[in-house]
Write a protein that binds this ligand. Structure first.
Ligand SMILES: O=C[C@H](O)[C@H](O)[C@H](O)COP(=O)(O)O
Length: 225
């Protein structure tokens, strides 16, 4: 099976977690895109969705799914999203697609977080995937110095094929920190959150996933945390 087929399989399996007549929280990225395409097939069974990025909002609308402003939605029954890495305790690195801040906000008001990922994302210790940190542009240099003190190698994310900084949906910049072996994800999440100028860190540990649907060659494996 190709990686895309594994992503498609977990996207399909995630439909079982969609709560009828509710507003669904929807993540960002290639796996989330497969999920949106599956969600479109049952759109008459949901009220609508809250999107974690402009790209997700556009794809949802393209399928005729109503997109709600989170300010008008006090609680979300289920949030479905991918991950860059996930541990067998449900902690995740997210933000490879730069949507970490909005993803964290939507996840924070969701009763259940269902992570959908191909099996290669399951790791024992996170950190092989560089940890994304969204920062206010004026704090780019000071936050970079503070992140270097944590032991990794921080690098400003650039717009593909250019020397210009990548700018997020929120007007922030992303610093990717390579070379961290994350022994205590909850402690590191707290530590990075305390750096002045950080908007959000792509560690989802204090609030991790409740369920993970992992795409494996022999089928979809369900992990519950
Ligand atoms: O910012 C992007 C998100 O955190 C994604 O969920 C994550 O990068 C995984 O993306 P993909 O499903 O494309 O591997």
């Amino acid at each position: 099976m190709t990686q895309n087929e594994l992503k498609q399989a977990v996207a399909r399996a995630a439909i079982e977690y969609v709560v009828e007549n509710e507003i669904i929280g929807v993540g960002t990225g290639s796996t989330a895109n497969f999920f949106i395409d599956e969600l479109a097939k049952i759109k008459h069974r949901i009220k609508g969705a809250v999107a974690s990025s402009e790209a997700t909002a556009a794809r949802l609308r393209g399928h005729g799914i109503e997109v709600y402003d989170l300010n008008d939605v006090p609680e979300i029954a289920v949030y479905i999203d991918g991950a860059d890495e996930i541990t067998n305790a449900g902690a995740m690195i997210k933000g490879g697609g730069a949507a970490l801040t909005r993803e964290k906000i939507v996840a924070s008001v969701s009763k259940q977080f269902v992570c959908i990922a191909d099996g290669s994302k399951l790791v024992e210790v996170m950190g092989k995937f560089p940890l994304p940190v969204e920062v206010l542009p004026m704090a780019r240099a000071s936050v970079t110095r503070a992140l270097a003190m944590l032991g990794g190698t921080p690098k400003l994310r650039l717009k593909p094929g250019t020397e210009e900084a990548f700018i997020t949906d929120n007007g922030g910049m992303i610093i990717d920190v390579a070379g961290l072996a994350i022994a205590d994800p909850v402690a590191l999440e707290q530590q990075v959150n305390q750096i002045v100028g950080v908007i959000a860190v792509g560690l989802f540990a204090a609030r991790g996933a409740n369920v993970c649907l992992l795409g494996m060659a022999d089928g979809v494996k369900t992990l519950k945390f």
